[in-house]
Design a protein around this ligand. Structure first.
Ligand SMILES: Cc1cc2nc3c(=O)[nH]c(=O)nc-3n(C[C@H](O)[C@H](O)[C@H](O)COP(=O)(O)OP(=O)(O)OC[C@H]3O[C@@H](n4cnc5c(N)ncnc54)[C@H](O)[C@@H]3O)c2cc1C
Length: 384
């Protein structure tokens, strides 16, 4: 019997891991709108220290040993035909002058099994735009340069992305005035209060101003939770503005040189999928096995999959479950439920920065989780 063809759409955090986990079980094809792996993690580090972030979170696909047998297609999935088992892909040729990838042609990629891992759009740092390397460079460097040139920074939001941005910006540029505004009495409302106590202490020690009880008014034209760009920024910058922020909670408006909107509103990257696969917010409806409801050979994993309320399959190693169940599907065995959702324990163990860097990133993430990442080729810096 010929090897099954497994197509993974979206090669971000979960797609890469899923492709690696399945590489020996079929002919795996990865379809990606980005020319290289660009993680959605660690916004704060990316904004404040893009070089450090790039080292660990932007990696050429050719550096992943586990992707050696995977055929990578640089393009955007634009339609799915479940009857004929094909994904339509608009290919990039990388020739556009503005950093967005040029488009040359459309191909149909056939599949026996499909994995949807297209993630979500979340402002300027996560979006499905078809890009070449210069586009990714600009996405990473322009917000950093803008922050570097500012004196005052306001961060709107009380989640992990907002707080990590505040901490990283304040640490990187101690002379800047950094303020965080969030609607409730405390930030991190989904975490145990011990976590917030600890984070608050850290932010206060860095001189970050904390402003509970502030709910921001979203500027007009902000259909998806992003923000209008009165300063003329293009769509990709719509969560980084310099407009005055008004509050629905009655406080006087706030101004800052740069406003980072990290309000946690995300839009699933699912416009290419049939509506019957989606829930009312546009996320992919999955069973506990991560199989898409009503489609025996289609699976979804990562932020795009409507698993639990916080859609945590990416950080809860959903790629392992999806890979195991695809193998079971191909062998005619029953699928298993098994996504374990960890709740915040309320206590943290501090890992010293050097240990975190060397042990967690170099050893555990690169060598164990990704199955080996080659050293960067210094002669080909553009490919990371
Ligand atoms: C090892 C690991 C550790 C983590 N640790 C944490 C943690 O500590 N805390 C935490 O909060 N979260 C953590 N996370 C989760 C993480 O923050 C996000 O949940 C994760 O980035 C989501 O991955 P994703 O693959 O769903 O989306 P993404 O990484 O955004 O990938 C989606 C990709 O699909 C592409 N794409 C979109 N549409 C198309 C299309 N039509 N055609 C082709 N490509 C397309 C996008 O451009 C993007 O490259 C972790 C995740 C992992 C894997």
């Amino acid at each position: 019997m010929s090897r099954p063809r497994i197509v993974v759409v979206g090669l971000g955090d979960t797609g890469v891991l899923t492709a690696i986990a399945l590489r020996t079980h079929g002919d795996v094809v990865g379809i990606t709108a980005k020319p290289e792996f660009v993680s959605g993690q660690e916004l704060g580090l990316r904004l404040a220290r893009p070089e450090a972030w790039t080292r660990d979170y932007r990696i050429a696909y050719s550096r992943f040993r586990g992707l050696d047998r995977v055929r990578i297609v640089h393009g955007s999935a634009t339609a799915l035909d479940t009857e004929n088992r094909t994904v339509r892909v608009r290919l990039a040729d990388g020739s556009a002058g503005d950093g967005s990838a040029g488009e040359s042609s459309v191909v149909e990629e056939p599949y026996d099994v499909l994995v949807v891992a297209t993630g979500v759009t979340n402002g300027f740092w996560r979006h499905p735009t078809l890009q070449d390397s210069r586009g990714v460079d600009a996405d990473i460097l322009l917000p950093h340069q803008r922050l570097a040139a500012s004196r005052t920074v306001a961060i709107i939001g009380g989640g992990a992305a907002a707080l990590s941005s505040a901490a990283q910006v304040a640490e990187r540029w101690p002379a800047k005035t950094v303020d965080v505004y969030f609607p409730g009495d405390r930030a991190l409302p989904h975490h145990h209060h011990h976590v917030w106590d600890r984070v608050r202490t850290r932010l206060e020690s860095l001189g970050v101003g904390l402003h509970p009880g502030h709910r921001a008014e979203l500027p007009a034209g902000n259909g998806d939770g992003g923000c209008a760009s009165p300063d003329g920024l293009d769509d990709d910058d719509d969560h980084l503005t310099s407009a005055t922020v008004s509050w629905t909670t009655g406080q006087a408006p706030t101004t800052a040189d740069v406003v980072i909107w990290a309000i946690g509103r995300v839009t699933p990257n699912t416009s290419w999928l049939p509506p019957e696969m989606l829930d009312d917010r546009g996320f992919v409806r999955v069973e506990p096995t991560l199989r898409v409801s009503g489609h025996s050979n289609v699976f979804a994993v990562g932020d795009v999959a409507a698993t639990d309320p916080l859609r945590t399959s990416a950080r809860n190693r959903g790629h392992l479950l999806v890979a195991r169940n695809i193998r079971a599907h191909l062998q005619g065995r029953p699928l298993r439920d098994g996504l374990i959702v960890f709740t915040p324990p309320g206590r943290g163990v501090r890992v010293p920065a050097p240990a975190s860097d060397v042990v967690l990133q170099r050893l555990i993430t690169h060598q164990v989780i990704y199955g080996g990442v080659r050293k960067r080729d210094r002669r080909a810096r553009r490919t990371q």
